[in-house]
Design a protein around this ligand. Structure first.
Ligand code: ZN
Length: 325
């Protein structure tokens, strides 16, 4: 085989490494923008402009993007882009990292690597000396534990193994929760929390937010200004993280009255360290009357447990069969 001149050999080596190694791509903080309609036509999606919006549709997918906005709506579920969609040169453009870590996995969910999903780690947020949010005498840690038990009963009934990272009122540092899930080889990680908001319009803010890890280099959804961060072990599962978040979030919206406050991004400590797909669900606001009644009521919380368990099972079926429902 004829050898290439040295500069070309270096270019070819770098190109081949980038093309072959997903890890190489995932670790690059690629904030360059791409024409999303051109990308969509390669994925059998039809693009239609509607005022400030661009719609991308096919038999299974209906995406809506808005210019200068971080809101993406996929099949009626709201997501936050890492970078706002922009309209330049008469075309809607989306950042490469949003295509890789959000739009791509929504349109073409990742195929399972062949490893079945058997063991789910459930983290009841807070515990012991850490009560979490306080609303009068109500403590978040009590309700996250109740919900964790209700979910694990349902998952076990469906044939899954469940590891409860805490099963009583004890304190565990966030690092040790993620480390325990890694050590036991859990296939999924679901962390349970309830939200609180103190500020203007305090009693109006309500709904469910599902978080997965922020892609490398991007800002988190609730950051003000740019606070990019580096690559974390949890970013190796960027594509599966968003699939799990989508399935759990949409099932909660379908099966409860909680309003949609979007699938968002954050660098929560526990999510950064995970070596399996993981999410953190904030299922309602303790500071909102209707949400609070929903969280504290046994019947309504069981409805939530049912939805989260079903969302996990939908993710499992999607990964194992590669078929969206
Ligand atoms: Zn919490």
């Amino acid at each position: 085989m004829r050898r290439l001149p040295l500069p070309l050999r270096i270019v070819a080596t770098v190109w081949i490494a980038a093309a072959c190694g997903w890890g190489v791509l995932a670790k690059s903080a690629d904030s360059s923008y791409r024409d999303i309609a051109a990308w969509a036509s390669n994925h059998d999606l039809r693009a239609v402009n509607r005022g400030d919006d661009l719609l991308l549709t096919n038999r299974w997918s209906r995406l809506r993007l808005r210019r200068e906005s971080t809101t993406l709506v996929f099949n009626d579920v709201e997501f936050r882009l890492s970078d706002p969609a922009v309209f330049r040169g008469g075309r809607m453009r989306v950042s490469q990292r949003d295509i890789e870590s959000l739009v791509g996995p929504l349109v073409s969910p990742p195929k399972n690597s062949g490893k079945p999903i058997r063991l789910v780690a459930i983290n009841a947020g807070h515990g012991g000396k850490d009560p979490g949010n306080m609303e009068g005498s109500r403590k978040e840690k009590v309700y996250t534990l109740a919900l964790a038990k209700e979910i694990s009963t349902r998952l076990r009934a469906a044939g899954l193994k469940v590891a409860m990272l805490r099963s009583d009122d004890t304190f565990l540092p966030l690092e040790s929760r993620a480390a325990a899930a890694n050590r036991m080889g859990a296939d999924l990680y679901v962390s349970l929390h309830f939200n609180a908001y103190e500020g203007p319009g305090e009693h109006r803010v309500r709904g469910v937010e599902t978080y997965c890890l922020t892609p490398a280099g991007a800002s988190s959804s609730n950051d003000t200004g740019h606070h990019g961060g580096g690559w974390n072990p949890g970013n190796a599962q960027d594509r599966e993280n968003i699939t799990l978040a989508h399935q759990v979030h949409r099932t909660i919206l379908e099966q409860t009255d909680l309003p949609d406050r979007a699938v968002r991004r954050a660098r929560f400590k526990e999510l950064t360290l995970l070596r399996m797909p993981g999410i953190l669900v904030e299922s309602g606001y303790m500071t909102h009357g209707s949400d609070a009644r929903f969280i504290y009521g046994t019947k309504t919380r069981e409805q939530l447990a049912e939805a989260i368990a079903e969302g996990i099972l939908r993710h499992k079926r999607l990964m194992e069969r590669g078929q969206p429902e």
